[in-house]
Design a protein around this ligand. Structure first.
Ligand code: PLP
Length: 334
């Protein structure tokens, strides 16, 4: 199935029944620090604290009553889990999320608080995915791939529709990339609404699978060492990579330390609590003034679900280099 901008428009009719548009605000101190005219798209203000809620709602809305009664099974350690759990709650459908055994208990609790079942098992997200496959085959529930499900892309695309309807004159939108669903959808929205606006992806240099796959034009696996949940993927996903290949203007890498500095800047200059992935776009604008100075740029604050180590890291003075937190399990992600 080929996804088009019409799918994003249709998803917007669903999403806006549930959620108001998120704010798109500028801050003089952020402009001063970056040398650009920056607008922050505040997906951290969503009810689950992240943009992925738009995808979950679009997916559940697309299912028939019979499919909803059988429910969904998916796998995740973080915001994707909460998205499907939240949407299943709104649509009164059963939901099971398989999470690696090392997942932060607070993340499992957040899923269960929406009425979903969290199954903690295995060492990695790949193992969780295989367990989810078996559970779905046994129960007849719909198996939902976090990266390759068109409804999720169409749903997250609604945030770019909101940005570009408000500001079709933007020079660029910078999008944090994990699996690439958000950046792929941004490419479709920009092509339809603002062909002059460059969509630029950003990933952590410690987990460059999506970046390297895009540059090489083929799906690659790469070491996955970032501590930044949401950006931590070990391989490229086919559907988003195909769309990014057609529409992404550039793809940048930033370090986890640069992301930490951007989180501190957002906290002080934009009174915004961002998780690492939510600050990656700001980190890219800060680290590449030759690309962004003097331009009008939207940065997507994709999420605000900061873990305790990220909260503590906000107090680290910027002159020093923050010691990267060592996560309990290496492959935190979507
Ligand atoms: C999932 C996620 C991302 C990455 O999005 P993809 O669509 O997987 O590329 C970025 N930021 C946050 C907060 C996320 O939860």
């Amino acid at each position: 199935m080929e996804l088009t901008f019409a799918d994003i428009r249709a998803a917007h009719d669903v999403v806006r029944r549930h959620l108001p548009p998120t704010p798109l605000w500028g801050y003089p101190l952020l402009d001063r620090a970056t040398g650009a005219a920056v607008l922050v798209k505040h997906e951290n203000t969503q009810p689950i604290g992240a943009f992925k809620v738009r995808g979950g709602l679009t997916l559940l809305a697309s299912m028939t009553a019979a499919e909803r009664a059988r429910g969904t099974v998916t796998w995740s350690t973080g915001n994707h889990a909460q998205s499907v759990a939240y949407a299943s709650h709104r649509y009164d459908a059963p939901c099971t999320v398989v999470m690696p055994a090392g997942t932060d208990p607070a993340r499992a609790a957040a899923v269960e608080a929406w009425g979903a079942r969290a199954v903690l098992t295995g060492d990695s997200l790949d193992e969780a995915g295989r367990r989810a496959e078996r559970l779905a085959a046994q129960s007849g529930a719909r198996l939902v791939s976090p990266g390759d499900t068109p409804e999720l892309l169409a749903g997250v695309g609604t945030l770019y529709l909101e940005i570009l309807q408000a500001r079709p004159d933007l020079d660029a939108i910078v999008v944090p990339v994990g699996s690439g669903t958000g950046a792929a959808a941004a490419c479709l929205a920009a092509a339809a609404l603002a062909p002059g606006c460059a969509v630029i992806g950003v990933q952590s240099a410690a987990s460059p699978a999506a970046h390297d796959s895009w540059r090489a034009g083929e799906l690659l696996a790469r070491p996955n060492r970032t501590a930044v949940a949401g950006l931590a993927t070990g391989r490229g996903f086919a559907l988003p990579q195909r769309l990014m290949r057609a529409g992404l203007a550039d793809f940048l890498l930033v370090t986890d330390e640069e992301i930490g500095a951007a989180r501190r800047l957002l906290a002080t200059a934009a009174h915004t609590l961002a998780e690492g992935a939510g600050a990656a776009a700001t980190a890219a604008v800060l680290s590449r003034p030759e690309l962004f100075a003097g331009r009008s740029v939207a940065v997507v604050c994709t999420g605000g679900n900061a873990v305790p180590a990220e909260l503590a890291d906000l107090a680290v003075p910027d002159a020093s280099v923050a010691t990267p937190a060592s996560p309990a399990s290496p492959a935190q992600m979507i």
